[in-house]
Design a protein around this ligand. Structure first.
Ligand code: IN0
Length: 416
């Protein structure tokens, strides 16, 4: 199906085929777990269960970092699962979030009352905490400190709404900025990156804020349906009386104005992201950091001025994602991607948009910082009909091949 969706985009078809036929190894190498303990293997199993695509990027990290980041990710996923679970009463949830970091030191601690899809990380927390205690003390300190701060911060926003823009930054700092700060400290502690990467918390925070703000913008409908309001009131109240009004097609223009206002807010983090990326020296760390950031700018561009945000899920095509991932392996590549999507936003600013001047100014700032000789622009060429038909045939064979492969894996649990 992915190939069919990209059929009109030659560069994406090429990227998908190249990726399938071994190109993925250039970005994501296989992690050999044969010699690792059963508990650590279980942790990687949970990692793959909770996030298939991101798990691959974690496993491609150089050895000294891979396990620490895997455990960090699972511990964060456990904390996040507690925060998200609306079936846990507040009298249980608040003390649990606050004391969560102490559970890392309790060999038998687990939590069996969650109803969330990733509840396994809480139910088998003892396996994760066992591996946590085997990490180098420096890594343990970073993970524990971040969990302590994040758990505290999460309790401030349990009512599920955000008022001012300052509060928006604060909420995103707790759930994502702290992740960036923790990861950066792990990178420096591993010796793979200079100490400045771990010390410059402002830049590390911006890395997380850019990702989380993009998620919040994209997830408008899903959050509204679950009674959560993560779009800041200070912004949406300029355009509506209630945040949920944007879901009504009668308020389309106001909804788009608010959306564009928030996309502009998120875009302001891009210069920090580029500066952070320019300091990363290790190739595996670079890919690990760059992939989510380029996905975010792609998603943000897709969301800009798009009514689809208020009616469903706005997503980038798999072909587009793979193409970006393969391009984002150097600073010049990341700059080219940022430049491309920012230029696209600049060209689609409506002449009636209330934030148009700020958006234009911000886009120009990003374009200035991301100027490079490399070009990510697609050729814009479409295939002739006979080529499209051949591609379609190839796509059908691909689908057939993938389903056979899936059945094979289902039976034998083999990796391709
Ligand atoms: C992440 C981040 C992440 C990766 C690399 C560097 C980072 C620096 C600062 C902050 C976060 C950083 O990346 C993941 C990406 C991810 O999970 N993508 C999903 C797709 C999606 O749409 O959710 C996937 O399945 O591929 C991320 O989003 N978060 C995250 C969580 C833990 C860690 Cl260790 C790293 C979540 C969040 C809230 C943005 C921090």
């Amino acid at each position: 199906m992915d190939l069919v969706k990209s059929i009109r985009y030659p560069e994406e078809v090429y990227a998908l085929l190249k990726y399938k036929f071994g190109g993925c190894q250039a970005v994501i190498s296989k992690n050999d777990l044969k010699n690792e303990s059963p508990q650590l293997r279980k942790c990687y199993e949970y990692l793959n269960k909770t996030s298939r695509s991101f798990a691959a990027v974690i496993q491609a990290l150089d050895r000294e970092l891979r396990h620490a980041v895997c455990i960090f990710y699972l511990v964060l996923r456990a904390l996040d699962t507690v925060e998200d679970d609306m079936t846990i009463p507040l009298e249980v949830k608040v003390p649990l979030l606050r004391s969560f970091y102490t559970k890392l030191q309790e060999p038998d601690w687990c939590f069996m009352d969650s109803k969330e899809k990733d509840k396994i990380v809480l139910e088998d927390f003892s396996t994760i905490s066992h591996e946590f205690r085997k990490l180098a003390p420096l890594y343990q300190e970073v993970i524990s400190d971040i969990c302590c701060k994040m758990g505290d911060g999460m309790t401030v926003f349990l009512e599920g709404h955000v008022d001012s823009k300052k509060q928006w930054d604060e909420y995103c700092h707790y759930v994502a900025g702290l992740v960036g700060i923790g990861l950066s400290r792990l990178f420096s502690a591993s010796g793979l990156e200079d100490s400045i990467v771990g010390q410059d918390t402002r830049l590390a925070n911006s890395m997380g804020l850019f990702l989380q703000k993009t998620n919040i913008i994209r997830d408008y409908l899903e959050d509204i349906e679950q009674g959560r309001e993560f779009w800041p009131k200070e912004v949406w109240s300029k355009y509506a009386n209630k945040l949920s009004d944007f879901a009504d097609p009668a308020n389309r223009r106001a909804a788009l104005s608010c959306l564009n206002d928030l996309v502009t807010n998120a875009l302001h983090h891009v210069p920090d992201v580029l500066l952070y990326m320019s300091r990363i020296k290790n190739q595996s760390v670079f890919n690990f950091c760059a992939i989510p950031q380029v996905m975010a700018i792609g998603t943000l561009e897709r969301c800009y001025n798009n009514p689809g945000v208020f009616t469903g899920v706005v997503k980038i095509r798999k072909g587009e994602a793979v193409r970006m991932m393969m391009y984002a392996t150097s600073l010049e590549g990341v700059k080219a991607i940022m430049y491309h999507f920012t230029a696209q936003i600049l060209h689609s600013i409506p002449s009636t948009d209330p934030s148009q001047n700020i958006t234009r100014r911000c886009c120009h700032q990003v374009l200035e910082r991301s100027c490079t000789d490399k070009d990510y622009t697609s050729s814009g060429q479409f295939f002739p009909l006979y080529v499209s038909c051949s591609m379609m045939l190839a796509a059908i064979m691909w689908q057939y091949w993938t389903s056979v492969e899936n059945i094979y894996h289902g039976y034998f649990g083999m990796e391709s």
